[in-house]
Design a binder for this molecule. Structure first.
Ligand code: BG6
Length: 281
């Protein structure tokens, strides 16, 4: 079942429900801000201070960073403009009793061309089941090529950050954005301070474990992964987060960032896909 709903202020979102799972996706940013298994267990973290207001990005869930990750394109706002742009619903369908799929679309507009002078079509296909599949498809509709960096900026809920471990990035080149140094990651990742790094040459699935759950994230069309936790100081300075929120999530972002940028020639398409699967501990 797919229903169009809205909060009291008129902010619209889609609610998807089937026997295996449910999800909520805002039309602004095609932003998945909730995904729950049928036992009600939440996969994503969502800030209790998050504003659901046009023009401000939702804090939590899966913001789409597009057409630039971070400040990879210094002419654009941090993480691009898709997360604050209104998408339209293109299609929705039931795939049996356990899976529901929607496609949302954003096209260039007068406002987007002022920020980024390229014609494009961006489609986001989300399949909600006991597995969550997200596919972000970019098509260059322009006469000139453009450079794309992007991320599915997933905020995964954890029982407690000090119990969280991210596996699958050992032996990969790591750019540490806090020190501006690049080195080879030697160990699985656990957290005891601010962490903000981009991993390259990633070819295996990522496993996220905490005291309660084990998830895997399989990426396609991507060889970079961003791992981020702001810790207390940065969290206290950030918008729409309470200071201790850093204890409740870790971001593991399926990306095309830094060296993993894509150049799209006219009519070319690139698909960034992430599949999130609950695993038995
Ligand atoms: C992460 C970056 O991807 O996003 C961090 O690596 C950044 O440096 C974080 O702080 C959140 O960004 P924003 O724009 O949503 O506050």
């Amino acid at each position: 079942m797919v229903e169009l709903k809205s909060f009291e202020n008129g902010f619209e979102y889609l609610e998807l429900k089937n026997d295996a799972a449910s999800a909520k996706i805002a039309l602004q940013g095609a932003h998945v801000f909730e995904y729950k298994y049928s036992d009600s267990q939440d996969v994503f973290w969502l800030s209790e201070n998050s504003a659901f207001e046009l023009g401000s990005a939702i804090r939590g869930g899966v913001p789409l960073c597009w057409p630039a990750f971070g400040l990879n394109n210094p002419d654009l706002p941090q993480h691009g403009f898709a997360r604050t742009s209104l998408f339209e619903l293109v299609s929705s369908k039931e795939l049996g009793e356990n899976a529901t799929e929607v496609v949302l679309r954003l096209r260039d507009s007068k406002e987007s061309l002022e920020l980024w002078n390229h014609k494009f079509e961006l489609e986001f296909k989300v399949r909600v089941s006991d597995t969550l599949t997200m596919e972000l498809k970019t098509t260059n509709l322009d006469a000139n090529e453009f450079k794309l960096t992007q991320a599915l900026h997933s905020y995964f809920r954890v029982s407690e950050i000090s119990d969280a471990v991210v596996k699958g990035l050992k032996s990969k080149p790591r750019f540490d954005a806090l020190t501006n140094k690049t080195f080879i990651q030697k160990e699985d990742i656990s957290f005891k301070e601010e962490f903000d790094s981009v991993f390259q040459e990633v070819d295996a699935e990522i496993i996220l474990e905490d005291a309660d759950a084990r998830l895997s994230v399989k990426n396609e069309g991507s060889s970079s992964v961003v791992v981020w936790n702001p810790w207390l100081d940065k969290c206290s300075r950030m918008s729409a987060m309470k200071p201790t929120a850093y204890r409740e999530f870790v971001c593991v972002e399926s990306a095309n960032a830094f060296e993993d940028f894509k150049i799209l020639r006219p009519n070319e398409t690139h698909i960034l896909k992430a599949t999130i699967l609950k695993q038995l501990s």
